[in-house]
Structures are given as structure tokens and as C-alpha cells.
Design a protein around this ligand. Sequence first.
Ligand SMILES: Nc1nc2c(c(=O)[nH]1)N(C=O)[C@@H](CNc1ccc(C(=O)N[C@@H](CCC(=O)O)C(=O)O)cc1)CN2
Ligand SMILES: Nc1nc2c(ncn2[C@@H]2O[C@H](COP(=O)(O)OP(=O)(O)OP(=O)(O)O)[C@@H](O)[C@H]2O)c(=O)[nH]1
Ligand SMILES: [Mg+2]
Length: 434
Amino acid sequence: MSGVDTLFAPATAPGRAAIAVLRLSGPATAAILAGLAGPLPPPRRASLRRLRHAGAVLDEALLLWFPGPASYTGEDAAELHLHGGPAVLAGVAEALVALGARPAEPGEFTRRAVLNGRMDLTAAEGVIDLIEAETTAQAQQALRLAGGGLHALVEGWSGRLASLLARQEALIEFEDEDLPGALDDTVAKALAALSAEIAARLDADAGAERVRDGLDIAILGAPNAGKSSLLNALVGREAAIVSARAGTTRDIVEARLILAGLPATLADTAGLREAGDEIEAEGVRRALHRGEGADLLLAVLPCDAPPDAATLALIARRPCLVVASKADLGPPRHPGALPVSARTGQGLDALRARLESEAAALAPASGAALLARPRHRAALGDTLRWLREAADAQLPELRADALREALRALGRLTGQVGAESILDRLFAEFCIGK
Ligand SMILES: Nc1nc2c(c(=O)[nH]1)N(C=O)[C@@H](CNc1ccc(C(=O)N[C@@H](CCC(=O)O)C(=O)O)cc1)CN2
Ligand SMILES: Nc1nc2c(ncn2[C@@H]2O[C@H](COP(=O)(O)OP(=O)(O)OP(=O)(O)O)[C@@H](O)[C@H]2O)c(=O)[nH]1
Ligand SMILES: [Mg+2]
């Protein structure tokens, strides 16, 4: 026995479906397949087999056999393409347990792929992002990660850093007696070039986290300004309650929409004013807090009333897209405000177009962005700090130490350093069967 379990899990979503795919991976895969379906089919070819266990026929299914290491996990693996009924799946699962396999934990197939060197940590992150992707822009970015784009980039930097370190170590051996500790010219130039490249990448990929997480847009303004009506008009359904009474909305009401290929959450909030009661005061507090964290603010000033102090203060404090609501009742009362009427639909298309262009500006579709997670940016930030430390170091030994730390920071990014704890956190996000 190798001590490694053989795992199985459905790879398709539960429920009624034409087929259900069940995946198996681990050292006992071949023996289990033989027990269930007879002699192994040729590798990576779909073969129709009758699956039997304990004298019963479980299903007539397509079988795929992926001998390791040329499989997704790097281990012997297989897929059973079953008829998609829960009873069929349950029967086969029971047989697999009897034959020595166990159900997989969420993400466990991909974890094995990482541990077997089939993909690095950033590619595994790409796989989960791909499963979660709701828009094309998200899927494209995830696919770049899953395909090893970030891994390749970081490997390139690590290679250059490793040869710099080797040179620095050689310099320590053959130190110039007259210039002890002086920064070697070649090392200095290479350090500067590497730092500049990493910094430029951080800059270029500034929108990548927004692509992954989506945009947060908050609608703020006085009570009765028409905020909830605006939300409903933008998403095309009655997501929030609208009434002529000021102070209708208290809790935050969220609705989703897609802007320039990015998923966005639009948050309708309580009207800003000196609240009449405790509940409304909490609503106003939540509104302001949501506004603080938002990527984009829609400040609503109605055309049938003078601009209120709270909304004007907000506009003065940070950039807002100012909407002149209820434009059917008169001209805008604030310079530059976009006239919109939720009642007649006037200005809605213009507002949507503005939202699209703001979204595109917040998360530029570079077509090459890779730094999709805070973890990625943090590791590169650490790398840059150690590179600066290396450039500033007065002693050659300290310079070599700083270069080693920079290498470790890059290693953390791809999972070569400290992968286990990051894997635990990452795979907690996975669904079963991935
Ligand atoms: N049916 C099915 N569809 C699927 C997957 C799967 O596991 N099963 N995938 C799972 O995520 C994705 C495809 N990813 C995969 C990546 C590598 C290998 C694999 O077996 N690679 C071997 C052999 C390649 C070959 O056939 O030439 C290798 O790279 O050595 C399979 C799927 C999406 N579609
Ligand atoms: N004429 C006109 N009335 C509007 C328009 N939009 C909203 N209203 C009316 O204005 C009133 C307030 O609308 P809401 O959307 O509930 O306003 P709100 O800003 O969400 O108000 P609170 O939740 O109380 O902060 C309702 O009676 C709406 O019918 C508009 O474009 N034109
Ligand atoms: Mg409201």
C-alpha cells in the first residue's frame, strides 16, 4: 500500500441531468475500475461499459482511464460518465466505497495536482476563479492564471534573482580589499531592472482584483431623492421598495448587473439626513459606511428640490457620478449632473453608458492582467522591499540575505514556499469534485 487514498467525487452539479460525471484519482484506481467494469480500456478513450457490483448492474456508462502521471491530478485517474440520476450516482458511490475509495474533500483533486507538481498554486487559484467566473472578462483572466501565466512570469523573475544571488555570493568570496562591501555594478543594474519590471507589473495589473471581485457601486442621497427608483430602473425589476414617504429604505438593498464585462453590485441605501429614530440612524450609518468602501458612488440630487447639504458634502469629499433624478420635473440643479428620470426613462441609457465607461476605467481590460488576488500583490510588494533592501545594504552578506528573502517572497507566490497553509485556505473555497 502506498498510503495515499483513492478519492472519488461527482464532477457535475447534483440534480436531474442527462449525465453525471464521477471522477476517481489515486493508486487503487485501476483495481477499482477492474472490479467495476472488467479489463481497462485504452488510455484517454471513451469506452462503453456495463458497471457491476455485488451481482447487480449499476449502470451502462462511458468510462475514461487516465494512467498517471499524464492525468489532471498526476495520479492514476478515471472518469465514469453515468446516467444522471441520483439513484445511479448513489449506487456507484456505494460500490466505490466498498472497493476501497473514499469521497473527496472540496478541491482535493486540484490539491493533488498541486502537490504532484502538475500545476502551481497560482494555476490552482485560476481554476477556482474559472469555476466562479460570471463574465467573459473574469473567465479570460482566470484562464490566463490557470494556464500558468503568473507561474511563468514569476519563474522568470526567480531565475534572474537566483543568478544575481549567485553572483553576489561569488563576490563575497573574492571581495575587493579596497572597496569592501561596495555594490557591484552588474548587480546594481540588474536589481534596478528587476525592481522596475515588478513595479510596472503591479501598476499595469491594478484592475485585476476588481475584475475578479467585481465592482461595488453605492447610491447615496437625501430621503426621497429617487435612489430606490433609480436602482429599480437600472436593473429592470422592483428590487427595492419605492414610496412617497421620506425614509423608506433603511437596510441596504443590493442588485447585480454586468458593466463592461465586470459583475457589479449596486447598493441602494437609506436617505442621508438627521435621523428621526434609532433604526433610521443605523441605516444612515450603514449608507455612509457602504459609500466609504465603494469603488464608485452615485450621488442623487433630485430636480424638484434644492441640493441638500449632506449630499453636497459627500460630492465635495470624493469623486461621485452625480445624477439629477426626477428629470421629468425640471432641469438639473447641480452643474454637471446627469439628468435621469426613473419615471419616463429619460437619461437611463446615458447613465448606463457612463457606468460602463467608469467600470472600464476602474478595471482596464488589459487582456494580460494576472495579479488577481491581494496575496499576489502582497508577495510582489515584499519582493520589491527586499530588492530595495539589497540595493541599500552596506555589507555584502546582508545584501545576499536580502536577495534570499526576495527569492522566498517569490516562492510564496507560486507555492514553492509555505504552500500547505495557503492550500488549506484556498481549497476551502472549492466545490466538491474539483
Ligand atoms: N471530462 C473532463 N472535462 C474537463 C476536465 C476533466 O477533468 N474531465 N478538466 C479538469 O479540470 C478540464 C480540462 N483539464 C484537464 C487538464 C489535464 C488533463 C490531463 O489528463 N492531462 C494529461 C493528458 C493530456 C492529453 O490527453 O494529452 C497531461 O497533461 O499529461 C485533463 C483535463 C475541463 N474539462
Ligand atoms: N416624477 C418622478 N418621481 C419620481 C422619480 N423617481 C422617483 N420618484 C418618486 O419619488 C418618491 C421617492 O422615490 P424613492 O425611489 O423611494 O426615493 P428614495 O431616494 O429611495 O427614498 P428613501 O428610501 O426614503 O431614501 C416616490 O414617490 C417616487 O415615485 C422620477 O424619476 N420622476
Ligand atoms: Mg429608497
